[in-house]
Each structure stands twice: as C-alpha cells, then as structure tokens.
Design a protein around this ligand. Sequence first.
Ligand SMILES: [Zn+2]
Length: 202
Amino acid sequence: MASKAFSKVESLIIDYGQRHQVEIEAAKKISTLAKVPYKILSTKLLSKIGDSALIGAGNVSSRNKKTGLPASFVPGRNILFLTIAGAIAYREDIHNIIMGVCQTDYSGYPDCRAATISAMQATLSLGMDWEFEIFTPMMFLSKKEEVILGNSFPGCMEALAFSHTCYEGQFPPCGKCPACKLRAKGFEEAGIPDPLIERAKK
Ligand SMILES: [Zn+2]
C-alpha cells in the first residue's frame, strides 16, 4: 500500500527485546519481498522496564490483574516506536509515517486507538517543529477486511506466508493463543486460506 501511495518507502524494524526474535526475521523477509529497504534499530529499554508477557516471562493469554489489560500489552511501546520513527523521518526529510495499528478488533491495547495516534501526530509535529502525518490504513478494518484488502495487492499473500502472529512464537502457529485465534477468524470470514498455514503444511 505504501509503495503504491509514495515514490520512496522504507521500513523500520524495531528490536525491543521481544521474546520472539522470529518477528524480526519475518519483518526482514516481508520487506525484502516488498522490495522495500529496511532499517533495524535496537532498543532494550522496554524489556529493562519489564511488565509484559511479550518481553519477559508470563502467560501471553492472561490479563494484568491491576489494569485488566492483556498481559501482552507493552506499556509505552507504540509511543516509543512512533517517537523513534519520527526522529528518523525528521533526519531524512520525511513527513509521512505509516503504521499498521488497528482498533477494530480492539484487544484492549490503548496505544492502538485512533485517539492515541492522532495525539502522537500532534505531539511529534509540535515537539520537532516538523509537519508529520501518521497514516493508519488498518485502523477501522476488521481482520476479515484486512485479509480481503491484502488479497487485492499483488504479492501480499506470498508475503503473508512469512508473517508472524503467534504470541507463543511458534511455527507452525499454536492456533490457541488470542493472536492465532483472531488471525484464523479473519481468514475464515474472508473465505481465503491463510498462506502461513499453507506454508506450514508443506
Ligand atoms: Zn499462537
């Protein structure tokens, strides 16, 4: 989508100490398939702070007793990611940032909401005195709609075969964690086989 809309695109991959390094490999592979150059930046700050099942120990399917949010929520993650992306964009004379967050199948992540992103757009623009526009094309789509949209772009399904969703970090995907279930439901409702599952069968 980004390559279609803009003449020059690059992807930003952030190694934040997530439990599953497979995410990084998946992002690299997909960027390569999309013919988009990528940058990998490492920040282990979040894993030092801890308090999430995605970067430390703990059950990814449970909920935080204090907040009621999923245990997989990493406090401050998307805010930090956008700040890093903004700093790079500023240096490279880029005004547009694209992010795949979505609030429709709202799993309870407050930093995926449109209100958070629009506040971040204002904050970055003010804080760097640079006009930013943050695009979130998935924001109001259901997983079914995302699958149908992806299927309309040549090469997208081939790339999705190498994507990673499973909170348990497994390939073939565990099929039981909340992320696996949500993904499976989206493909099922769209009536399109999940290319990741097809690849796992081979
Ligand atoms: Zn899973």
